[in-house]
Design a protein around this ligand. Structure first.
Ligand SMILES: Cc1cc2nc3c(=O)[nH]c(=O)nc-3n(C[C@H](O)[C@H](O)[C@H](O)COP(=O)(O)O)c2cc1C
Length: 197
């Protein structure tokens, strides 16, 4: 039976690199091309365009699931977390993990963890939610993508997404020009598959 695009599948593409035109951006653009080609609508957010401060660990969000810091751009991400049922996270590897700009977004998502695990909201998980992790690093270490996979796993759990999700990883890419047509095609195919899943 032919596979047809999920009608109006909406995907949030969250890009964690401080480099707006780097390797992860190129891979994400291919992923998005595949997804939109399959009929999905994609909203892309570049964390580099936002000012997101770190978590102050004040405990304020334990009371109502809301962050006390309303002055920076994390409100854009909170709104996106609430709306999204499909999320692709695209990131480079910095010191075996994600860049600090992305880590700030994860830490501030503690507000959502508290909604779920302190306030008892979204206990059953968000219906139909699916995540995807796309990551790229310059070296070839066996465990290069282990820390980011764990961090994203627990981010997805906090925002009531499944803790297991497909991934696509690329090693030995220092600069975007090192990406081959085949690697970009792999990313495009993954985007198509994600949109159709
Ligand atoms: C601060 C910093 C730390 C990095 N740490 C690692 C690392 O631990 N392992 C690795 O394989 N690559 C590391 N890299 C290389 C990047 O992951 C690589 O150049 C990647 O292609 C950058 O993607 P981007 O252009 O999307 O930011 C690091 C780069 C920077 C700037």
């Amino acid at each position: 039976m032919p596979v047809t695009p999920r009608e109006g599948a909406a995907i949030l593409a969250l890009h964690l690199s401080p480099r707006l035109e780097g390797s992860s951006r190129r891979l994400l653009d291919s992923f998005v091309k595949g997804a939109t080609g399959a009929g999905a609508k994609v909203e892309t957010i570049h964390v580099a365009d936002l000012n997101v401060q770190g978590c102050q660990e004040c405990g304020g969000c334990e009371d109502d699931g809301e962050c006390v810091n309303e002055l920076d751009d994390m409100k854009v991400i909170y709104a996106a977390w609430e709306k999204a049922t499909r999320i692709v996270i695209a990131s480079p590897i910095f010191f075996y993990d994600m860049p600090s700009q992305g880590k700030a977004v994860l830490d501030r998502s503690q507000a959502f963890w508290n909604r779920r695990y302190v306030l008892g909201q979204n206990k059953e998980g968000k219906p139909g939610a699916k995540g995807f992790l796309l990551a790229v690093g310059a070296t070839k270490g066996k465990d290069l993508f282990v820390p980011i996979s764990l961090a994203v796993k627990y981010l997805f759990d906090a925002i009531a997404f499944p803790k297991s999700f497909p991934t696509l990883f690329f090693r030995q890419i220092e600069t975007p020009d090192k990406l081959t047509e085949d690697q970009l095609a792999q990313s495009e195919a993954a985007g198509r598959e994600f949109a159709l899943s």
